[in-house]
Design a protein. Structure first.
Length: 321
């Protein structure tokens, strides 16, 4: 037996629960309780280890997501900055091109004139130098200029577009005798509004009457020419009515009222007088729409450039002296 036992070796084995002869119910019960406690302990240990693993995975996942988002946000910022830089560079290049060598379309849409005007008002040139540059611009030319408030979404206006008084200045369709009464009603309503503007007491009721007069012109146009909507005269007349209606709506805006009052009383004779008027009311040149405006803008641009060249030359001479 001793030899057999020696041959079995001395390898230790995990605890084995052996129930053999001599066991008692109480002992078996206690052994069962011990095994249950051992199982519960092992379960708690394994749960704790699993929770630790899960927590570590969650932390690492959060760190990974945060790192990805941080990197993505940084890339997005760089991308947006790149787009903004590109747009700014393109704007500056286009602005410089318009200022130095404008194309015909730059003059027609008012961009070239506004670029020169912006340079004049940059604050680098003294007012006395501006006044000394005597470049003439007549009152009639100023009244034909389409202006716009320097605010996004504001339509253009001009005194001439608003004050269509002579039959020959109306679109061709409205020059027909059939529109005599509607034209007269519009002119009377307009006179009343402008008179109130000059007195700085424009009333919404008077403006509404002017708007109603535009509506009567529209109704009469449909009555006379509504059956031939493809007629070029009808299209021209309808466009003119839309323009009038937009200007009348603008009359309800307080900011345009002082500009119209001063424009109605305008007596300037030079580019500088025009510059001061536009700066006072925050005005810009709008796009030329009519043939007359497109003919006016190149001449006006030439005069603005002439004024700008004179004042910049004077500033240069002053610097040398």
């Amino acid at each position: 037996m001793l030899i057999i036992l020696a041959c079995l070796g001395t390898r230790s084995v995990a605890q084995v629960v052996f129930v053999g002869p001599g066991s008692t119910p109480q002992g078996d019960y206690l052994r069962g309780v011990g095994m249950a406690a051992y199982g519960i302990g092992m379960g708690n240990l394994l749960d704790a280890q699993a929770n630790a693993i899960n927590a570590d995975v969650g932390i690492k996942l959060n760190e990974y997501i945060a790192s990805v988002l941080k990197n993505e946000n940084a890339e997005n910022v760089d991308h947006r900055d790149g787009i903004l830089r590109k747009k700014r560079d393109e704007f500056n290049q286009n602005h410089e091109r318009i200022l130095k060598s404008p194309e015909a379309r730059d003059v027609d849409n008012g961009g070239a004139l506004n670029a020169v005007l912006e340079k004049m008002n940059a604050g680098l040139i003294q007012e006395s130098i501006h006044r000394s540059a005597d470049v003439p611009v007549s009152v009639d030319e100023v009244r034909r200029i389409p202006f716009k408030l320097a605010e996004k979404g504001v339509k253009s206006f001009s005194m001439q577009r608003l004050t269509v008084k002579e039959r020959g200045t109306w679109p061709l369709a409205f020059q027909d005798r059939q529109f005599d009464r509607e034209r007269r009603d519009y002119e009377l309503a307009l006179d009343h509004v402008l008179e109130q503007h000059v007195q700085k007491a424009a009333q919404i009721e008077a403006i509404d009457k002017l708007k109603s007069a535009v509506g009567q012109l529209s109704d009469k146009l449909d009555q006379v020419m509504g059956r031939v909507p493809d007629d070029r005269r009808f299209i021209e007349a309808r466009a003119a009515l839309r323009e009038l209606d937009a200007i009348v709506e603008m009359l309800k805006t307080y900011k345009i009222q002082p500009a119209l009052v001063d424009l109605d009383e305008y007596h300037g004779t030079t580019v500088n007088d025009l510059r001061v008027y536009m700066r006072k009311h925050g005005l810009q040149f709008s796009a030329a729409q009519s043939k007359e405006e497109r003919e006016l803008f190149p001449e006006l641009y030439t005069k603005l450039r002439m004024h700008y060249d004179k004042v910049t030359a004077a500033v240069g001479n002053d610097g040398k002296n």
